[in-house]
Design a protein around this ligand. Structure first.
Ligand code: NAD
Length: 415
């Protein structure tokens, strides 16, 4: 998805929702874009300059919130688009944050740990004036992790001269993070799936699910769906995967996967006894299986006009960011496939970040059970709101989610 596509969506849906042109302009343009050149002393002794970005999209509903990614493809256009999506995401699940995003154009695998640390500290110095626990709160994203967040926080704290754990979220538990964070996106997706699966009028054990991607999101999603009693009939990671119509045992799948066996190499005869039904499935083929629910939880642009007409699922829950492109969405909608949009389906992670921030900044403590229950409750509620509005106004769930988010941001802008 491009920034222009989101701008187009905001303009079209904003108008339909009765927002004024002024409100649409205020919402679609980022409030601030920061571009910095970061000189870093490499281990060789030479200095290299990296470009870093932070886009602060909208703060009408609260401090900017969004990750920092390290990737050679990171650029202003992409960061701007992701920041805008964060404003919509925090609004659709109704947490008091705005949207932001940042990153550095770098291949982190090409750097030593010391170089990565110096780069992160130098970036923190460059943007320190613009972030803060009540201003803008970064978090881990693609190729960043709690260690990188810790370096960022420590350098920020050195500059401001005080302990400020709430300046970032996604910290390790030892450093003031919360336990539910790691599984939160998958857990949130499972709660959304539970709510949306009610439209199928079947018991969870009769509802078949296929999951593309077995990383952080796909793995935790599979775990929670399995324990909710759904029948996960296929899981595929980048090298492929496996399927069985009786349903896969999540724990056995995960164990084999983490022991280094690729999911595709697992023989499900382990579980079901010798069986001819046991099949491998490719990373792309999984998208075309005849299942009730398909969860693309791997990467963007997986369903395009090339394969959309082959998709047979009744419902698609977008766990990855924009796994369906605009052309494919038209084809899928014509086929009557219900799409649960990413800004709702994968918002569990930012919801957990909010719990972490509340604990650090406002002293609101929740134990693990409480945070799990609260997260499930809030994600189900947001799903019902989006589904009900889409039915009432006869629009797609994506449009309904945008309407809810845009109206909430517009209301906050009036204050
Ligand atoms: P990850 O890197 O942990 O896992 C992604 C997995 O997908 C990897 O195991 C990779 O091998 C696999 N993969 C990549 N391309 C594939 C393909 N074509 N087919 C099958 N498998 C493929 O990443 P993640 O954190 O699980 O994130 C997955 C998606 O969810 C991304 O789009 C990310 O932006 C989005 N997301 C993640 C979070 C979060 O909290 N982690 C929050 C919101 C959105």
């Amino acid at each position: 998805m491009s920034y222009q596509e989101i701008e187009g969506l905001i303009a079209r849906i904003g108008k339909k929702s009765g927002l004024s042109q002024n409100e649409i302009d205020l919402i679609s343009k980022p409030e601030r874009e920061i571009v910095v050149n970061i000189p870093v002393k490499m281990d060789s002794g030479k200095t290299k300059i990296f470009q870093g970005f932070r886009v602060q999209h909208n703060s009408a509903r609260g401090p900017y919130k969004g990750g920092l990614r390290y990737h050679p493809d990171v650029g202003l256009e992409e960061v701007r688009m992701l920041a805008e999506l964060m404003s919509l995401k925090t609004a659709v699940i109704n947490i008091p944050f705005g949207g932001g995003k940042g990153g550095i154009c770098v291949d982190p695998k090409a750097l030593s740990q010391n170089e990565l640390k110096r780069l992160t500290e130098a970036f923190a110095e460059k943007i320190a004036d613009f972030v803060g626990e009540e201003k803008d709160i970064p978090a881990p994203d693609m190729n960043t992790n709690p260690q990188i967040m810790k370096w960022f926080r420590k350098r920020y704290e050195k500059i401001v001269g005080k302990n400020t754990p709430g300046v970032i979220t996604g910290k390790s538990y030892r450093d003031g993070g919360i336990r539910v964070r790691d599984e939160a996106t998958g857990l949130g997706g499972a709660a959304v799936t539970w709510e949306i699966a009610k439209t199928l009028n079947k018991k969870p054990s009769e509802i078949t699910i296929a999951i593309q991607g077995f990383g952080n999101v796909g793995n935790h999603l599979a775990h929670h769906l399995y324990h909710m009693g759904f029948r996960i009939v296929a899981i595929a990671d980048i090298d492929g995967g496996t399927m069985h119509e009786d349903g896969l045992d999540y724990h056995k799948t995960y164990k084999d996967y983490t022991q280094g066996k690729k999911v595709c190499k697992i023989c499900y005869c382990n579980i079901h006894g010798p069986s001819k039904d046991c099949l491998n499935v490719g990373a792309q083929d999984i998208l075309e299986l005849k299942v009730d629910i398909l969860s693309p939880a791997a990467a963007g642009d997986q369903i395009t006009k090339k394969n959309a007409h082959k998709v047979k699922a009744k419902i698609i829950v977008e766990m990855a960011n924009h796994p369906i492109d605009a052309d494919a969405e038209k084809i899928l909608s014509q086929k009557g496939i219900l799409i649960v949009p990413d800004i709702l389906a994968n918002a569990g992670g930012v919801l957990a970040s909010y719990y972490e921030w509340q604990e650090n900044v406002q002293g609101v403590k929740m134990n693990y059970e409480e945070s799990i229950n609260s997260l499930i409750g809030k994600m189900k509620k947001a799903t019902r709101e989006v589904l009900n509005l889409s039915r009432k106004q006869k629009v797609s769930m994506r449009e309904a989610a945008y309407i809810i988010a845009l109206k909430r941001i517009a209301k906050a802008l009036k204050k």
